[in-house]
Structure formats: structure tokens, C-alpha cells
Design a protein around this ligand. Structure first.
Ligand code: S3P
Length: 166
């Protein structure tokens, strides 16, 4: 199961919960990139730029898909990449976690670790990204709305949606 969607929808927290409910392992693609690069995501963006990050992201996710993990949380831009999207759609169950922008603004404001939100008003940036990326996220097999409630509810909603989809 591969979780996709914008920054702040809760892919990592929901993913961990989902994996524990399914009794499968969980891996966070952003964490795997940081481990492989031995640098934080803001450092990778600052030092090498976004294109370099995207290149590493594509390779790391391809490796994670090969390793057959139970649940993978991806960074918000990963599913926009055509190669990553094709791989995930072919070999995984892609789940788009969708959420309203105000909730995303509130959640992403808690941590200053997202380079794409640094150069402007986060509400405007997230609104633009949501519009630009909707056609890609919309290709996921399953779409689940993340309510403002506990992430565990979203994890349970994903299991129900997967059951129906299967
Ligand atoms: C990004 C989302 C981030 C991280 C990077 C770029 C994006 O991951 O990969 O900052 O392009 O939306 P999260 O979705 O886990 O915040």
C-alpha cells in the first residue's frame, strides 16, 4: 500500500497505524532519502536543488518497491513523477489521502521542515500544489478523505476502502 497526497495529510502517521493494523512493516520514503543522502531534506534542497532531490526520490522509491514493504508513505511530490507513478500503479495499491487546505496549513505550520513552503504564504502554495497535483493524485486506485479526527480513523477508512476495491 503506497500513500500519496499533499504535505500535512498525515501520510507517515496514518501509514504507521495502517501497517500496525495490517501487521505489515512500514517505511517512510522521505526518511529513506535522508538516510541514503546523510542529509536532511531542507539541506538537500538548499545544497543540490529540487531536481536532485526528485532524482534521489525516484531511485529510493523504486528500491523500496522492490523490497516489498507492507506500507510506504511517500513525500508529497513523489507521485507526480511519471516513473514513480507508473511503478506504484503497476505494483502497489496507491491510496490518495485528501484533506482540506486549512487543515494542511495548520498541520504543516507545526514543523518548519518543508522547503517548498518557505518561499511564500503556505496557504497559497498548498492551494496551488493541490490544483497542480490533483490530476496525478487522482490516478491513485483509492481516495480517502482525512478528517480532522484521529489519524487512526483514516487508517481504518483505508482498510475498508481497500477491502471494497479488492
Ligand atoms: C514535498 C513533500 C515532502 C518532502 C519534500 C517535498 C512535496 O514530504 O518530500 O519537502 O513536494 O510535496 P511530505 O509530503 O511528507 O511533507
Amino acid at each position: 500500500v503506497v500513500l500519496v497526497g499533499l504535505m500535512g495529510v498525515g501520510k507517515s502517521t496514518v501509514g504507521r497505524k495502517l501497517a500496525s493494523l495490517l501487521q505489515r512493516d512500514f517505511v517512510d520514503a522521505d526518511e529513506a532519502i535522508v538516510e541514503a543522502a546523510q542529509r536532511s531534506i531542507p539541506e538537500i534542497f538548499e545544497t543540490f536543488g529540487e531536481a536532485y532531490f526528485r532524482d534521489g526520490e525516484r531511485r529510493v522509491i523504486a528500491r523500496l518497491m522492490d523490497e516489498s514493504h507492507g506500507v510506504i508513505a511517500t513525500g508529497g511530490g513523489a507521485f507526480v513523477d511519471p516513473a514513480t507513478r507508473a511503478l506504484v500503479l503497476e505494483r502497489g495499491i496507491a491510496v490518495w489521502i485528501d484533506c482540506d487546505i486549512d487543515t494542511l496549513v495548520e498541520r504543516t505550520a507545526r514543523r518548519g521542515n518543508r522547503p517548498l513552503l518557505k518561499n511564500g504564504d503556505p496557504h497559497d502554495i498548498l492551494t496551488r500544489l493541490a490544483q497542480e497535483r490533483a490530476p496525478f493524485y487522482g490516478q491513485a486506485h483509492i481516495r480517502v478523505i482525512s478528517e480532522t479526527g484521529p489519524h487512526a480513523d483514516t487508517a481504518r477508512a483505508i482498510i475498508e476502502a481497500i477491502d471494497q476495491w479488492l
